[in-house]
Design a protein around this ligand. Structure first.
Ligand code: ZN
Ligand code: ZN
Length: 448
């Protein structure tokens, strides 16, 4: 029974996600270990999918079902994770709680927190110990927010309880997984994201895209939502729905972000911990705004060449470009100008995306052109950052702050240059630069 509890507790399952023959599943239901609930319930003028919360009428389809010989509704919204139909219930475990205590929980992180980090870490532990429901950690890019939550995670794991770190971005899951594995080497850990191949696996510590949380229900005692302001968390109501559903009553939810949305700060009464300082205690690089007469779409501005060639320190360069199309036009131009340099481009649809990012991280590339997919969650040690056409609408204030936050993350080279090329300063550019300066000021005041 212990194995079943580990495998099924806290999940909301379709029949074919339970790898048990019918007679065994029926026996477990009879003994009261599994319960069933309808997958689609009727609302006034529509239905609601109990897995993803979808209520939009156009996102329900009709299918002729071979089981019941009639046509009925299914949810199109969460179809990628298997079809939720009106005739097929969702299963959830109500048997004994899983026992995660078998292994000795070693917390092996050997780093040291700065004073600011350890104050924040204490607030996290205190919130967990006192059953505080929500805590917002507003921590600048490069402040080491993952390390700030480690002690709190260890605390919950030691209580034989479950922890989930959820983020809208699969890249962030991939980046964080090895770091958690080395900090908690004896804890069972799973990383869930589309294409991970592990999405039916369970563990005491789950790192997941918010999307994969649709499969969970009443599972976690500590939920950490990383980069909550990142697309598509707010654009898609099923993601906040999924995270709410995945936590247990009385759980603590920590929101980690470098760029909280204004509405979150204004209207929320959520207690906030502010971490204005980077872990290496150097200020955030302040972007230089470079005004051009006209920002060319598919050619490089001359001032870029000039800057690239005359830099006193030849760091790797990450160039942010507004659209996939433009990256494809600009790549051959820069490659042919610098035939000796190793230059590549990535975007969301690039099948070699992960390899190229790894190459850049390993310093095997000199320049990487990218769309906003690398705006956050990825760490490269010492780079300069350029945004071409920073006035383009894809670069909102949060994106620009995150992008600038990619530079100067290394202790040995903490400065890095950030350049915003544009042909007229937008509100986003101005506010991004202003908020970075404000953080630096706060960090300095904190030290005095
Ligand atoms: Zn659904
Ligand atoms: Zn049916």
């Amino acid at each position: 029974m212990r194995e079943y509890a580990k495998r099924y507790a806290g999940r909301l399952l379709l029949r074919d996600e339970i790898e048990l023959p019918d007679y065994q599943l029926q026996a477990l239901i009879k003994r009261g270990y599994f319960k069933l609930k309808p997958a689609l319930i009727k609302r006034y003028f529509t239905h609601q999918c109990q897995r993803c919360g979808n209520k939009a009428r156009h996102l329900f389809g009709v299918i002729s079902c071979s089981n019941c010989q009639t046509a009925h509704l299914y949810c199109r919204k969460c179809i990628q994770m298997g079809r939720v139909m009106s005739c097929s219930p969702l299963y959830y475990w109500v048997g004994p709680d899983p026992d995660w205590s078998a292994t000795d929980k070693r917390f092996a992180w050997k780093g040291e927190l700065t004073k600011t980090q350890s104050q924040a870490s204490d607030r996290v532990c205190h919130a967990i110990a006192n059953g505080v429901n929500e805590l917002l950690i507003h921590a600048v890019c490069g402040s080491g927010k993952t390390e700030i939550v480690f002690a709190g995670v260890a605390q919950v794991l030691n209580m034989n309880k479950r922890v989930c770190l959820a983020t809208p971005r699969a890249d962030v899951v991939r980046e964080l997984l090895p770091r958690f594995q080395s900090a908690f080497p004896t804890t069972s850990i799973v990383g869930l994201y589309g294409g991970s191949g592990a999405n039916q696996k369970t563990a005491q510590l789950t790192l997941s895209t918010t999307h994969q949380l649709l499969r969970y229900d009443n599972a976690f005692d500590l939920m950490i939502i990383d980069e909550m302001d990142a697309f598509p968390y707010h654009a898609d109501p099923s993601l906040p729905y999924a995270t709410k559903k995945a936590i247990k009553p009385g759980a603590t939810t920590l929101y980690l972000t470098a760029t909280p949305r204004q509405d979150m700060i204004n209207q929320s009464k959520t207690p906030t911990v502010f971490v204005p300082e980077r872990y290496h205690q150097f200020p955030l690089p302040v972007p230089k705004s470079v005004l051009l007469l006209k920002c060319p779409d598919v050619t490089w501005p001359k001032v870029f060449w000039k800057w690239y060639e005359q830099r006193p320190i030849k760091r790797q360069v990450l160039v942010f470009i507004a659209t996939i199309n433009r990256t494809q036009c600009l790549l051959p131009l820069i490659q042919s100008r610098y035939p000796q340099a190793r230059i590549e481009a990535v975007h969301a649809k690039d099948p070699e995306r992960i390899t190229k990012v790894d190459l850049f991280r390993a310093k095997q590339l000199d320049v990487l052109l990218t769309t906003t997919i690398l705006e956050r969650g990825v760490t490269f040690p010492a780079i300069d950052v350029v945004v071409l056409d920073a006035g383009h609408p894809v670069f909102d204030q949060a994106a620009l702050v995150q992008i600038a936050g990619r530079a100067g993350r290394s202790k040995v080279d903490p400065t890095g240059e950030v350049l915003f090329f544009h042909d007229g300063q937008t509100i986003a550019i101005r506010e991004a630069i202003r908020s970075i300066k404000k953080m630096n000021k706060k960090a300095k005041i904190g030290k005095e």
